[in-house]
Design a protein around this ligand. Structure first.
Ligand code: GTP
Ligand code: MG
Length: 182
């Protein structure tokens, strides 16, 4: 009976984009989330990459999260608009060991909001990830709460792709909002 029920599960596909400067840990976060793995070697992403995470949400619903990993080197370039297309959530990532990567968040956000919105015209739900929290948390910007409020960012998280901290929680936040908006 269960098998029959599962065959008729409703499938939802949500596209989420992960953006931020080069080397902040976007690929590492996605690999951790989708494969449960972490590598300390840095392989630069070229253009964009893509991975799927399937969530057996409830008895009736399966959610496929299509995670788009946008290369930091694309920096607000001509292609980002194509990569953002049809996304229903965004994770903005910066690196707690490099404060300048937080400064860039604003630019990524402007690029994102300029180029994509939900079908109704609303801004796509956005979260902010302060990554490499396993190395330091002393560098958390003092104004991060205000920054999120002023820029319509729903929530921020201290994450670590290395130690698997707060990544499931962050993605769940985006998924819940995607569900609400869909
Ligand atoms: P681009 O593809 O160039 O845009 O970079 P990226 O944002 O995808 O960064 P990537 O995930 O490749 O990580 C860059 C480096 O940081 C790698 O050496 C990772 O191992 C390291 N790194 C990523 N996340 C963490 C983390 O949470 N903690 C620690 N200690 N290192 C991390
Ligand atoms: Mg990458």
């Amino acid at each position: 009976r269960l098998r029959v029920a599962n065959l008729h599960k409703k499938e939802l596909n949500f596209k989420l984009v992960v953006i931020g400067d080069f080397g902040v840990g976007k690929t590492s976060i996605i690999n951790r989330y989708t494969d449960g793995e972490f590598s300390s070697s840095y392989k630069v992403t070229i253009g964009a990459d893509f991975a799927v995470k399937t969530l057996e949400w409830d008895e009736e619903t399966r959610i496929n999260l299509h995670l788009w990993d946008i290369a930091g080197h694309e920096r607000f370039g001509a292609l980002t608009g194509i990569f953002y297309r049809h996304s229903v959530g965004a994770a903005l990532v910066f690196d707690l060991t490099r404060p300048e990567t937080f400064k860039s968040i604003k630019k990524w956000l402007i690029d994102l909001r300029k180029k994509v919105s939900l079908p109704g015209g609303l801004a796509i739900p956005t979260i902010l990830l302060a990554n490499k929290g396993d190395i330091t948390t002393e560098t958390i910007p003092a104004d991060i709460n205000d920054f999120c409020l002023e820029n319509n960012i729903m929530a921020w998280f201290i994450t670590s792709a290395k130690n698997n901290i707060q990544i499931d929680e962050a993605m769940l936040k985006l998924t819940n909002n995607a569900l609400r908006n869909h």
